[in-house]
Write a protein that binds this ligand. Structure first.
Ligand SMILES: [Zn+2]
Ligand SMILES: [Zn+2]
Length: 176
């Protein structure tokens, strides 16, 4: 009996002892460090996903309060993509659109799809470009020299536009 009675006061003194105090302080300290780390993580993540600095500040505040639960709420509502990825994708789409626009050349007469290297529209036989006298490469109407063989394009050479204009005039006359 004496031993049991003696043991009981020892248990209560353990909670009041310096060891317990040290463990409790360490626990609080670790919780604070973990809390600060989660807040910093939210701030860092929000900056990569959100463009508006005010929204980043609100997200960081949510990451801080309520502690530990805030970051989970933030994760539910954060934008799904990084700003960097969104910009990269937009640039890729822009590049693809430009490529498609380049590819989408059409004959001005029959609106058939033609290639930039075509001399004549294969559908309506309209002359689209003049061939170089030396290397037969297709020449753009504004070129003064062939870029493939450096031969000078004689002035007044028949270009696509020149060929097309008489056709247009004929059409408008017919219309009258
Ligand atoms: Zn055509
Ligand atoms: Zn040439």
């Amino acid at each position: 009996m004496r031993l049991l009675l003696a043991a009981a006061p020892d248990d209560t003194t353990f909670f009041e002892s310096g060891t317990w105090g040290a463990i409790r302080n360490l626990g609080i300290f670790l919780a604070l460090v973990f809390w600060a780390a989660t807040v910093y993580w939210v701030y860092k993540d929000a900056r990569r996903r959100i463009d508006d600095p005010w929204l980043v500040a609100i997200a960081t505040l949510l990451g801080a309060v309520p502690p530990f639960v805030g970051p989970l709420i933030y994760m539910l509502f954060r934008p799904p993509e990084y700003i960097e990825d969104v910009r990269e994708r937009e640039l890729e789409i822009l590049a693809i659109e430009e490529q498609l626009a380049e590819r989408d050349l059409r004959c001005p007469v029959c609106k058939g799809v033609v290639d930039s290297s075509f001399l004549v529209c294969p559908v309506c036989t309209t002359r689209l470009k003049q061939a170089c006298a030396e290397c037969a490469a297709p020449l753009e109407p504004i070129w003064q020299v062939c870029p493939y063989c450096a031969t000078h394009v004689p002035p007044g050479i028949v270009t696509g536009e020149d060929v097309l204009q008489p056709l247009r005039r004929q059409r408008s006359r017919r219309g009258r």
